[in-house]
Design a protein around this ligand. Structure first.
Ligand code: AMP
Length: 502
């Protein structure tokens, strides 16, 4: 595995691997500590290779644990602190995890704490010959749980082969050399854009500058950290840059060494690009596109000034190396250049499917024989069109949305809202501002009238809902109504409700 080999290689060169909240870890420490942890996993759990669940944020030890999982032949399942404990438990049951690490304040029965991990690392001697145990070929390296329309998250399985395919292509695309530069490590580990610093960063000997939740929630601290970081590669969703750009100090004086902005995960607006081009003259801006199911990215493009003059949105780019991206109509026939349709992807980087979920897997994954080779395919649910070999994105086919960079199925929220004790039925709607979703609004009917005001009810409902879904999925407004308007098809009239929140 290239990641593990590279970490071993740099471990002899005194390089710094990661820095988070002032704590540092060298490549050597990362390598040795993960060897020790892997030895422990192998000794304690032998042939049981069930995935390792890691619940936490950006602690350096989480990277150690990810590498240890890979070195012991196990996949890791990163669950950010934003995951409520109910959802964490759901995932633990789903993957039948024997090892659960919990770096959060919340209690989780039978899990290892940060202290436990530190003690194990201190006390165990790592054994040689670990390489045979490393995750290989089509075995899972990680499983990422994304919002699922049924109300239960879906576990996207990504293998070592999937990662090889992505790393080979995108390492070249980003033009990464082996100099000891600094790469930003901001994106939550439960979101796959974080694979860029973890894999491409460490494979190329970079120092990851991890921005913890704590740092991100304190603007002054964030700007100080950015200023001191010496970051050369920025990696985030557009949402973070949009937040930063509101401050005039977000310019090349803050990060004089910055050479590349890499964005992915949601629409990259022209407004943001224009502002960045003015404030960071000559800095490269890359727009990457792709779902978790295709291992981070399926296409990418360098954004040019010319694209800002074009009346269309910024393109999502050229297909990944060795992959095929095609646009099809409702009958699965390929459409002509310029015509819109669903984007289907075929590549070595396509996941083998959702963990333990044949039904969902067979709906969206398929295989096709191309030049005598079987390639896995994925129906992205994204609408797009080609123009001269360049792809343009034009929204979703379904109720999946992006809010502040987070992937959310509206039905996931609705199904969990229905679990709230006094909820009879509900509708969740995205509220748009400047062509972007600014927040979510919800209408609910109650099982019984408790005499409380809509505001009081909304507070109670939100508190209960937070137990089931991450806080970023909880609608900002929840309005209690007596009954839902019905359209001519006899369904809840979402359009009418949408008009009410405009
Ligand atoms: P995720 O699995 O969280 O990476 O979300 C994948 C979805 O985010 C895609 O299917 C798209 O709908 C959306 N997306 C990702 N990158 C872009 C982009 N550059 N432009 C527009 N939408 C994007």
């Amino acid at each position: 595995m290239r990641l593990l080999e590279s970490v071993k290689k740099y471990s002899t060169q005194g390089r710094l691997a990661v820095i988070c909240d002032g704590e540092r870890l060298t490549y050597r420490e990362l390598d040795e500590m993960s060897d020790s942890m892997a030895t422990y996993f192998i000794k304690e759990f032998g042939q049981d290779r069930s995935p390792i669940v890691i619940h936490g944020n950006k602690d350096n030890l989480i990277l150690v644990l990810m590498l240890a999982a890979l070195k012991s032949g196990r996949a890791y399942v990163p669950l950010d602190v934003t995951f409520p404990i109910e959802r964490v438990k759901q995932v633990i049951n789903e993957v039948d995890a024997k090892v659960v690490v919990n770096f959060t304040e919340e209690a989780l029965d039978g899990s290892y704490s940060k202290k436990d991990i530190e003690n194990i690392i201190k006390n165990i001697k790592s054994e040689s010959g670990l390489v045979e145990n490393w995750v290989k070929d089509d075995e899972n390296a990680y499983i990422l749980f994304t919002s699922g329309s049924t109300g239960k998250p879906k576990g996207v399985q990504i293998s070592k082969n999937n990662l090889d395919s992505f790393n080979d292509w995108f390492g070249k695309y980003m033009d990464l050399d082996e100099n000891e530069d600094v790469m930003m490590n901001q994106v939550s580990y439960s979101f796959d854009v974080s694979v860029i610093p973890i894999y491409l960063g460490l494979i190329h000997g970079k120092t990851l500058n991890s921005l913890s939740k704590n740092t991100l929630e304190n603007f002054k601290l964030l700007f100080n950290t950015l200023n001191e970081s010496n970051i050369k590669y920025w990696v985030s969703t557009p949402a973070l840059a949009e937040m930063c750009i509101r401050d005039v100090n977000f310019n090349s004086n803050l990060m004089p060494n910055l050479r590349t902005f890499f964005f992915a995960g949601e629409v990259l607006s022209k407004k943001l690009v224009k502002e960045l081009m003015e404030r960071f003259k000559g800095v490269r801006i890359i727009n990457g596109y792709g779902p978790t199911e295709g291992t981070v990215l399926l296409s990418a493009i360098d954004v040019t000034e010319g694209m800002l003059e074009d009346e269309r949105s910024i393109p999502i780019g050229y297909p990944l190396e060795g992959g095929i991206l095609k646009i099809v109509d409702d009958k699965n026939n390929e459409v002509k250049d310029g015509e819109k349709g669903e984007l289907l992807a075929l590549s070595k980087s396509i996941s083998k499917g959702y963990f333990n979920n044949e039904e969902m897997t067979s709906k969206v994954f398929f295989t096709e024989v191309i030049n005598g080779q079987i390639l896995r395919g994925y129906k992205t649910g994204d609408m797009a069109y080609y123009d001269n070999g360049i792809l343009y994105y034009c929204g979703r086919k379904d109720f999946q949305i992006k809010l502040n960079g987070f992937r959310i199925e509206i039905e996931d929220i609705e199904n969990n809202l229905r679990k709230v004790s006094n909820i009879n039925n509900c509708v969740v709607l995205p509220v748009y501002k400047d062509e972007k979703i600014s927040h979510l609004s919800s209408f609910v009917t109650l099982k019984e009238d408790n005499g409380l005001s809509s505001l009081k009810n909304s507070i109670l409902i939100k508190d209960e809902l937070k137990k089931y879904i991450p806080s970023y999925m909880v609608p900002r407004n929840i309005k209690v109504i007596n009954e839902f308007p019905i359209n001519t098809n006899g369904k809840v009239d979402r359009k009418k409700l949408m008009e009410e929140i405009k």
